[in-house]
Design a protein around this ligand. Structure first.
Ligand code: ASP
Length: 344
């Protein structure tokens, strides 16, 4: 009898502990790139398509968190939706290099263990974020590049695609335009007239279309991930900030999770994501203060255009950007969500 009572009591204790854990706040934030995204360049059809995909991404990540999944799994799930869409400069919609190819970069970081994985300059991996995750989980390295990364992806049974998978008409035309102008343009800057690609859903002037996600799970763990095709007309194996831990991506349970989008060279030099975390860690700034300090002051002073999404372990969200717009959205524990595009 006593034994049974003890058993019941200990089971009750287990349940309470589990409940206490699951009462943690969960939250997820995404971005789909920053840049010259203004109402005058937008049509109702374009806006609808972007909003729908961003919402699907939020729901995919939220579904993972809701059923007790980890922030890393949620980040991967949310980014898959964006990588599989032609609207964003990542995965399917990646921009063209100068040579008419695609070179994709991605990274992911675990705020609990400070482990990270990244890949750069890959040409045949359907969902780069998942290979970055494998680098973190299944290798002793942090960053793999080019053919080596592709071989690793193959050995990890990642889905590989033919280069033609990444072909989209609008990105191709953006490259031709960029080559004609003979200057490196960022993402789909190709439309200089504003009229040329009017029929193309994702050409709306200068825009960085990288995608990213930060998430907080019910165990109190933060994670961040970023995936990109880089810059239209890039050459010489150029790699931006997206796969660089501390620049485009950073996560630390003690401070925050950050994913960036913008002119990568500036974000690398300013070590944007880590700088936000460091301001919280060493100066005691709040998430919003730290993110604003780096994106709205430091980057602006240095001439770096773009923005970040950031999340702390209390579920506070910051999404500052110094460009005209940034595709972004968040979803909170109770399922309330919002997708934003312009300065609102
Ligand atoms: N940050 C990316 C890069 O420089 C571009 C982007 O955000 O779209 O590669």
């Amino acid at each position: 009898m006593m034994k049974r009572l003890l058993l019941v009591l200990s089971l009750a204790g287990t349940t309470m502990a589990a409940d206490a854990q699951t009462n943690q706040t969960i939250a997820l934030v995404i971005h789909g790139g920053a840049g010259t995204i203004s109402r005058k360049n937008m049509t109702p059809a374009k806006e609808k398509a972007y909003r729908e995909t961003l919402n699907r991404s939020l729901q995919a990540g939220y579904a993972v968190l809701r059923k007790g999944g980890t922030s890393l799994d949620a980040v991967e799930a949310a980014i898959h939706v964006l990588e599989d869409s032609p609207l964003f400069n990542a995965g399917k919609g990646a921009v063209f290099t100068h040579d008419g190819k695609h070179e994709l970069d991605a990274s992911i970081m675990d705020g609990k263990t400070l482990k990270a994985g990244a890949i750069a300059g890959v040409t045949n991996i359907k969902n780069p974020i998942s290979t970055a995750r494998r680098v973190m989980d299944k290798s002793e390295h942090v960053m793999l590049m080019g053919q080596g990364a592709e071989l690793f992806a193959k050995q990890q049974n990642m889905e590989l695609v033919e280069p033609t998978y990444f072909y989209t008409e609008a990105r191709w035309r953006a490259l031709q335009e960029a080559i004609k102008e003979e200057k490196t343009v960022l993402d789909h800057t190709g439309d200089t007239t504003g009229a040329l690609f009017d029929d193309q859903i994702f050409v709306e002037g200068k825009k960085f279309g990288t995608v990213g996600c930060v998430a907080l799970d019910q165990y109190g763990n933060l994670a961040a991930g970023t995936s990109t095709g880089g810059m239209t007309n890039k050459r010489y194996g150029r790699v931006g900030d997206a796969p660089i831990i501390g620049a485009g991506t950073y996560a630390n349970n003690a401070t925050c999770a950050v994913s960036a989008t913008g002119h990568g060279e500036f974000f690398i030099r300013s070590v944007v994501s880590y700088d936000i975390s460091a301001l919280m860690e060493y100066k005691g700034l709040s998430l919003q203060q730290a993110a604003d300090e780096v994106v709205m002051k430091k980057l602006v002073e240095h001439g770096g255009e773009g923005g970040v999404i950031a999340l702390d372990r209390n579920g506070n969200i910051a999404m500052p950007f110094n460009s005209e717009g940034m595709y972004r959205g968040y979803i909170k524990a109770n399922g309330s969500s919002q997708v934003l595009i312009y300065k609102e």
